[in-house]
Design a protein around this ligand. Sequence first.
Ligand code: RB5
Length: 143
Amino acid sequence: MMIAIGNDHTGYELKMEIIKYLEEKGIEYKDYGCGKLDSSDYPQYAKDVGRAIQNKECNLGILICGTGIGISIAANKMKGIRAALCHDCFSAEATRQHNDANVLALGARVVGPGLAVKIVDTFLNAEFSGQERHSRRIQMIEE
Ligand code: RB5
């Protein structure tokens, strides 16, 4: 499994916590930035991570901005990208099972690092149920 991770300036510190978790677990990742704390534009990172999933360079993505809202709105403009903003583990599991979400969005100003890492762990370990009704609904979104 290859994870694409990207963030704006507000998400940089949380990204580093998540990267620590990924490395501890031996999960491969590609970091699409930003790597600095200066002001940056979240749509750029949504685009870079979305592209990595569209072209199958990565299987799943993690995007972080202050609220998680702007970066998930931007990612969801891209074909085939289903970005889910989750600030609890129930949603993180359900969105993989029901929506086959391929990007997890997080708000660094909303959740602390402890909860954020648990949400990431839940998201990465959950699987799409494959049930017909869920596949049908995803197909409807795509159309
Ligand atoms: C940056 O100040 C902030 O607007 C951004 O990180 C994000 O929260 C947007 O949705």
